[in-house]
Design a binder for this molecule. Structure first.
Ligand code: C2E
Ligand code: CA
Ligand code: CA
Length: 757
């Protein structure tokens, strides 16, 4: 029996050595602790081997020391193994330093036994007819055993906790080792309790080491992995088919069964079913392709992939074929793309996308000449307010439809924003005449309501140097701004003249504040005389003495400021200047009035009456000395309100003059209701009339009518003595014109007054 056990120990020693070497070579985290554990197991196994083969007391003694001390090492390294093996996540356990010290003390006290015999002594027995040395334990050995059992119990506890705590699928990892430790511990205990002389429990330790090596480094839970993989694959959204190297179907997942309409037993039908749907797909090569099957609303999109599976030795083991239905994704993608580049109301391109497409088209058709059109619906707010938002939407759709209907394939068009559309059209297909005709009678109807939409087009002719589409649209829009609100003209072109004009507008607008501050703007006075030719007053007319652009008559800047509203700044300044002069005149006894101009825009922006009244108060001048010149256009909007302002001014003592009478929209009929004191008739407005006799008649009648209505008459633009005589004869009350004097600086005017008196 001893020989058999010896042979087993030899085998164990070899296997454990092999395990140690193999563990050392392995690169797993756990490898090192497995290597240490297997190596440490070698010591007690070798010790026991000596004990079993020896007939000499000395060799047995060496064997026992190796055995007991080896067990200490083994327990320490088992602890170390447990620490690494049971580590979960990133948590690192502390080194059990106290235990190391305890085991060191234990080893020392065991070695001291050589001199003290406090741990064990040997007794000679006969086993298998040979001498065998058994040990008799004393206190030292019992302390050693207690230490070993306590630590072993701790390790058992650790593995028990892990076994219970871990999810079911991982539990076996801990359970296997727990069982191994328990078996070994029981086997060992059997010898301790029964005191059987020949201890074979070391075989258990050896096997235990091999088990640990196997389970922690070699074993892979194939069944578990298989099950997990099968579950994953079965639930995959793509249809999966596994074929052997002869293209015979071995397995399909749920999705594939559904897709090919087969049962679990019907794998043989797979090839035929796939061929019916996709044609021949079999190939010995790996590939990926997208397929579209069917047409119209039945169209379906598939991603098809053929993968080749090979084993470690590169031999073909089969094919995995997958089909993924991407129809939903594709349709969604198409919808997303469509929505991103189309306006939701009209279905036309969005601004950004239209610009992109135009850019592309211009680049690819350099030889073709194009017009870029900015289309705007005028006063669309009115449409929404008058009818309803849904009528407004309908109108926009009608416009979009009209554009779509008229545009050829060579055109591009889109909705730029709310009421603005953009169109790129080859110059050869663009007909202004046709468009003017169409837009002059562009009526939208929804069955209930009809409305004449006022649509304007700004046209920019694309040149070769143009690159930025947005800039071109800006220019087309600028062209459009020149006809904003016009009912007769619907098409305007952008040209260099317009650009120069716009540039000029910006140039002078930027300078106005500074000009006012530095008094570059100054009032010129043009005398107004009575029938005797005596100066009774003057009209203040603005001049701009610009340090760069030189002397500027109002015609160069007044229209610009009237458009952008900055006229208010000019007029306020001029009123103040007039008040300053009148205040001076009051002091030096010059009893003349000054007429100031009030732009129609002023009434929109400020409270004209309040401002002027506060000015005369500030300068303490008689209101009648500051005459107010308004034009007929003031009366074109909010008539009641404007009349009230004029009445307020008259009530405050101002004299209100109607400037440029006859040149605008007013009618003689209106005159009787108008709260004005003076009618300024412009000679110029009649000068183009060929029939002089007729012109004279008109003037005569205007003057007569104003006399009847107790309104003073003033004719301006009097250039000749003959004109003066004629007008005087017609009973005109006052006169203004080059015949008497041109507008002049204040100092010159004062000089003129002195001379004329
Ligand atoms: P307006 O108010 O009708 O002023 C009369 C214009 O006729 C003045 O031109 C004056 O110089 C010119 N004029 C006077 N007598 C004759 C004549 O015998 N023959 C000819 N051909 N022209 C004569 P001006 O100073 O160039 O002003 C032009 C327009 O600018 C003014 O027309 C007025 O509408 C506007 N304006 C001038 N100053 C101001 C201002 O301070 N505020 C506002 N809002 N507009 C102003
Ligand atoms: Ca005037
Ligand atoms: Ca005038």
């Amino acid at each position: 029996m001893r020989n058999n056990i010896a042979v087993m120990y030899i085998i164990l020693i070899c296997v454990l050595t092999a395990c140690s070497i193999s563990a050392k070579r392995s690169k797993k985290v756990i490898s090192n602790s497995v290597m240490l554990l297997c190596s440490s197991l070698l010591i007690p196994v070798i010790g026991n081997f000596f004990i079993i083969i020896s007939e000499s007391e000395v060799l047995s003694q060496v064997g026992y020391y190796l055995y007991f001390i080896g067990v200490d090492f083994m327990i320490v390294f088992l602890m170390n193994f447990a620490k690494v093996y049971c580590r979960t996540g990133e948590v690192k356990h502390k080194e059990p330093k106290v235990l190391y010290v305890l085991f060191l003390i234990d080893i020392i006290q065991l070695l001291l036994n050589i001199f003290t015999n406090h741990a064990f002594v040997l007794e000679k027995l006969e086993v298998d007819e040979m001498a065998y040395y058994n040990f008799i334990p004393y206190i030292g050995l019992n302390l050693h055993r207690i230490l070993v059992y306590v630590v072993l119990a701790c390790i058992v506890a650790i593995f028990t906790v892990m076994t219970v705590k871990m999810p079911k699928v991982y539990r076996w990892r801990y359970a296997v080792i727990l069982i191994a430790i328990l078996v070994v511990a029981l086997w060992q205990s059997l010898y301790v309790v029964a005191r059987i002389p020949v201890n074979t429990s070391m075989i258990g330790y050896g096997v235990f080491g091999i088990c640990i090596f196997y389970f922690s480094l070699i074993y892979r839970p194939h069944r578990f992995l298989d099950r997990m993989l099968t579950d994953i694959v079965s639930d995959m959204p793509e249809a999966l088919y596994v074929f052997d190297p002869n293209k015979k179907c071995l397995w399909v997942n749920e999705e594939a069964m559904k897709f090919s309409d087969i049962d679990i037993q019907e794998f043989d039908l797979v090839n035929e079913r796939l061929r019916n749907t996709f044609g021949d797909l079999s190939s010995d090569k790996a590939y990926k392709q997208n397929r579209v099957i069917g047409s119209g609303s039945d169209m379906r999109y598939y991603n098809i992939e053929n993968r080749i599976v090979k084993d470690e030795s590169d031999a073909l083991t089969g094919y995995v074929f997958s089909i993924r239905d991407t129809t939903e994704e594709q349709l969604q993608m198409k919808r997303d793309i469509y929505n991103a580049i189309h306006d939701s109301l009209t279905g036309l391109y969005t601004y950004e996308y239209l610009c992109e497409r135009i850019q592309e088209k211009l680049k690819n058709n350099i030889s073709e000449k194009y017009c870029l059109i900015f289309l705007e619906i005028n006063n669309f707010k009115l449409v929404n307010d008058l009818f309803s938002k849904s009528f407004g939407d309908h109108a926009l759709k009608v416009v979009a439809e009209k554009i779509r209907g008229m545009a050829s394939d060579n055109c591009l068009y889109g909705r730029l924003s709310g009421v603005d559309f953009g169109i790129l059209v080859p110059e050869s297909e663009f007909s202004e005449k046709e468009l003017e005709k169409l837009l002059s009678q562009f009526v939208v109807s929804d069955g209930n309501f009809e409305y004449h939409l006022l649509v304007h087009l700004g046209v920019y002719k694309v040149t070769e140097d143009d690159g930025d589409v947005q800039l071109m649209f800006d220019r087309a829009q600028l062209a459009l701004s020149t006809i904003a609100g016009e009912y007769k003209t619907h098409v305007a072109y952008y040209n260099d003249e317009l650009r120069r004009k716009l540039h000029w507008d910006q140039h002078i607008s930027a300078q106005l504040d500074e000009a006012i501050k530095e008094r570059q703007l100054c009032p010129y006075l043009q005398p107004i005389v009575d029938t005797d030719g005596k100066v009774v007053g003057a009209e203040a007319l603005v001049r701009w003495i610009n340090p760069v652009d030189g002397f500027m008559p109002p015609g160069k800047f007044i229209p610009v400021f009237e458009r952008n509203g900055m006229i208010v700044e000019v007029d306020r300044y001029m009123w103040r200047c007039a008040c300053e002069i009148l205040s001076e005149w009051k002091k030096n006894g010059t009893d003349k009035f000054i007429s100031v101009n009030i732009s129609p825009k002023d009434f929109f922006i400020i409270d004209v009456a309040a401002e002027i009244i506060s000015l005369v108060k500030e300068f303490d001048i008689e209101p009648a000395k500051l005459r107010i010149e308004i034009t007929e256009t003031v009366m074109m909007n909010d008539v009641e309100e404007r009349m009230e302002v004029l009445s307020d001014l008259r009530a405050a003592g101002f004299i209100v003059e109607m400037d440029d009478f006859g040149s605008g929209y007013s009618s003689l009929n209106m005159l009787k209701d108008m709260p004005v004191d003076v009618l300024k008739i412009d000679m110029k407005f009649l000068s183009s009339t060929e029939d002089e006799v007729r012109a004279k008649k008109i003037i005569r009648n205007i003057i007569r009518l104003s006399n009847d209505l107790d309104i003073m008459s003033l004719t301006e633009g009097v250039e000749t003595e003959a004109q003066f005589r004629m007008l005087a004869e017609m009973n005109c009350n006052m006169f203004q014109g080059y015949y008497f004097a041109k507008p002049m600086p204040v100092a010159d005017f004062e000089e003129f007054l002195k001379n004329s008196s």
